[in-house]
Write a new protein. Structure first.
Length: 556
C-alpha cells in the first residue's frame, strides 16, 4: 500500500479513536446526572465506569479464551479491518438499546439505571473489539519505528473527542441555559429534564457507528491487515485471569445484593462494601505478582506473562487507566459537594450543579488532548529547533481550542485561564526534561501527578481545583510510553502481550467505584488519595521496568 493510501487509511482510523474519547469523557457528565436523576450514591454512580471499562476486560478476555480453545487468533483470522467493523456494529446495537431501556423512565427509578448500565456495557464491548484491532492497525500503517508516533496522533484525535464530549452532552441534557442548583433539582423532580434527550443522543451516536462501519467495510483503500505472528497458548495465564474474573464478579455481585431493597445503609454495610471493593482491587494486584513470581520459576504455560516488563506493565496500564478515569469521574461530585450545610464548597468554591459541570470536566479531559497533541509532533519530523518551539506553542494552541469549544456554553474567567496556563507551563517543562525518552517521561509525569494530587488534597480554592484538573495534563502522554516499554523484547509474544494490556483497561472499572465508595464513607476530597496511590505505582514502574529491560539488554 502506497504512502497516500496509508494517510487515507490513518485518517479513516481516526474516526473510531474520536468515538472512544467522545463517549468515555461524556460519562463524566452523565455520572453526576445519574446520581441526581436516579437517587443513587457515589459508588453506584461510578458503576457507569464499571460497566464501560469492565466491558473492555471481558471483551479482550473472551477473545483470548476463544482463541485458546480453537488454537488460533480469532481477531487475526478476521483481519484488523473486519475486527473494527464488527466492533462498530456491536457498539451501534448498544447505543440503540439505550432507547427502549430508558423509554418512559422517571426520576428516582433506580432499576432503570441498571438497564442503562447494560446498554453502556454493550457499547464498550464493541469498543474493546475496536481497540484491540485499531492499535496494531495504526502501527501497521507504516514504519514500525514510527508506530508510537501514529498512536500519539490518533490519541490526539481521541482527546479532541474527550474535550468536546462533555460540552455536547451537557448541552443535550440541560440545554444552554444556566440553572441554579435549586431550579435544576426541581426540574428533575418534576420530570421537566428527562432521559428523552439522552435517547435521541444515543440514536444519533448509533447511526454514526453504522456510518463508520460502512466507511470501513466499503473503503477500497483500507487493507484488511493481519499479524504474521502465530497464536501462542498460555493456559496458566488464561486460568489465572478466569479465577480473577470470578473474584471480581463475586465481590461486586455481593455489593449489588446489599443495595436491593435497602433504603439506608448502616455503617456496617458500608464498611463491608468498602472491604469487598478493596478485595477486588487487591485480587488484581495479587494476580499480577503471582504470575510474575511463578513465571520466573517455570515459564511454561504463562505465555507473554513470563516477561516481567509485561506483567509490571499490565498493572501500570491498570493504574494509569484507573487514575485517568477516576479523577474525571469523581470531579463532578467534588464540585457539587457542600461543606457542613453551608453555602460553600469543601474546596472553598461556589457549589456547582449538574448543568454547570461540563466545562470543568471538558477542561480536565482537554488536558489529555494537550499532551497528546504535543506527543504527535514527532509524526511530522520537525527540525530540532522547530520542535522546541512547537513544544511551547502547540500546548497553548490546544488550550485555545478547549476555550473555544467551551465558549458555546461557558466562558472561563481570567483567573481560571491563568491557573490552567501555569499548569500547562509545568507540563511543558516536563516534556523538556523527559526528552522523548519513555522511561524518563513516565518518571517525570508520574512524579508531577503525585505532587498535583497532594496539593489538591491539602489546599483549597482554585489551587486545589486546578491541581486536580492538572491530572489530565500529566496522564496525557503515559499510554504510549507504558505500552512501548511493556511489549519491548517480547518477540513472538508481542501480539498476546498487547491483548493482555488491553484487558487491563479493567482499571477504569475497578478504581473509580473504589474511590466512589471511599467518598461515601469518608469525603470526596480525601478519596483522591486513591489517585496518589496510582501515580505512586506508575513512578515505581518507571524505575523498575528500566532495571528489568537493562538486565535483558532490550532497547527501548
Amino acid at each position: 500500500m502506497n504512502n497516500q493510501n496509508n494517510k487515507s487509511a490513518l485518517a479513516t482510523l481516526c474516526t473510531v479513536f474520536f468515538f472512544w474519547g467522545f463517549i468515555a469523557a461524556s460519562n463524566s457528565v452523565f455520572i453526576p446526572f445519574c446520581k441526581t436523576y436516579f437517587n443513587i450514591d457515589q459508588f453506584q454512580s461510578q458503576l457507569v465506569d464499571f460497566a464501560f471499562y469492565g466491558a473492555y476486560y471481558i471483551g479482550a478476555l473472551a477473545l483470548f479464551i476463544l482463541s485458546s480453545m480453537v488454537k488460533r487468533d480469532i481477531l487475526n483470522n478476521w483481519g484488523y479491518k473486519n475486527g473494527i467493523v464488527y466492533g462498530l456494529l456491536l457498539s451501534a446495537i448498544g447505543a440503540f438499546i439505550m432507547y427502549p431501556v430508558t423509554s418512559g423512565a422517571e426520576q428516582g427509578q433506580t432499576g432503570v439505571f441498571y438497564l442503562v448500565l447494560i446498554a453502556f456495557f454493550i457499547v464498550a464491548l464493541g469498543f474493546s473489539l475496536q481497540q484491540t484491532a485499531a492499535n496494531p492497525f495504526a502501527v501497521a500503517l507504516g514504519d514500525p519505528k514510527t508506530g508510537s508516533h501514529r498512536l500519539n496522533l490518533t490519541g490526539g484525535i481521541n482527546s479532541f473527542g474527550t474535550t468536546i464530549g462533555p460540552v455536547v452532552v451537557s448541552l443535550v441534557i440541560f440545554g444552554s441555559a444556566s440553572w441554579s442548583t435549586d431550579e435544576l433539582a426541581q426540574m428533575i423532580a418534576n420530570n421537566e429534564i428527562t432521559l428523552v434527550t439522552v435517547q435521541n443522543l444515543y440514536l444519533g451516536v448509533g447511526a454514526l457507528f453504522l456510518i463508520a462501519a460502512a466507511l470501513f467495510h466499503f473503503s477500497k483503500k483500507l487493507p484488511a491487515l493481519k499479524s504474521e505472528t502465530a497464536f501462542e497458548p498460555a493456559n496458566k495465564a488464561r486460568n489465572l485471569l478466569i479465577i480473577l474474573t470470578f473474584i471480581i464478579i463475586g465481590c461486586f455481585g455481593y455489593i449489588f445484593s446489599t443495595y436491593a431493597g435497602t433504603e439506608t445503609a448502616t455503617e456496617e454495610i458500608e464498611n463491608i462494601r468498602l472491604t469487598l471493593l478493596f478485595v477486588a482491587l487487591f485480587a488484581v494486584v495479587a494476580s499480577v505478582f503471582y504470575a510474575n513470581t511463578n513465571a520466573s520459576k517455570n515459564a511454561i504455560g504463562w505465555g507473554a506473562m513470563k516477561y516481567p516488563q509485561l506483567v509490571l506493565g499490565m498493572l501500570a496500564i491498570f493504574t494509569y487507566v484507573g487514575v485517568e478515569v477516576t479523577i474525571g469521574s469523581n470531579l463532578g461530585e467534588l464540585l457539587k459537594q457542600p461543606f457542613e450545610g453551608t453555602d460553600l464548597n469543601a474546596l472553598g468554591l461556589p457549589i456547582l450543579n449538574d448543568s454547570q459541570l461540563g466545562s470543568y470536566i471538558s477542561l480536565y479531559w482537554g488536558g489529555l488532548m494537550i499532551g497528546r497533541w504535543v506527543g504527535a509532533i514527532t509524526v511530522f519530523n520537525p527540525s530540532k529547533g522547530l520542535k522546541k518551539a512547537l513544544l511551547i506553542i502547540v500546548p497553548y494552541v490546544a488550550f485555545g481550542v478547549i476555550i473555544l469549544v467551551n465558549s458555546i456554553k461557558y466562558s472561563f474567567t481570567a483567573d481560571e485561564i491563568i491557573f490552567f496556563a501555569v499548569c500547562i507551563a509545568v507540563q511543558i517543562g516536563g516534556f523538556f526534561v523527559a526528552k522523548d525518552n519513555p522511561v524518563q517521561t513516565l518518571k517525570v509525569f508520574s512524579l508531577l501527578g503525585v505532587i498535583a494530587m497532594l496539593i489538591g488534597l491539602f489546599s483549597s480554592g482554585n489551587i486545589a481545583l486546578f491541581a486536580f484538573l492538572s491530572g489530565g495534563l500529566f496522564c496525557s502522554i503515559m499510554w504510549p510510553c507504558i505500552f512501548t516499554l511493556s511489549i519491548a523484547g517480547l518477540g513472538k509474544y508481542t501480539s498476546q502481550g498487547s491483548a493482555f494490556l488491553i484487558m487491563m483497561i479493567l482499571g477504569g472499572a475497578i478504581i473509580p467505584p473504589v474511590q466512589g465508595k471511599l467518598a461515601d464513607v469518608f469525603t470526596i476530597q480525601s478519596s483522591y488519595w486513591m489517585a496518589v496511590a496510582c501515580f505512586a505505582y506508575l513512578l515505581f514502574y518507571a524505575f523498575r521496568t528500566k532495571t528489568v529491560l537493562d538486565k535483558q539488554g532490550v532497547e527501548y
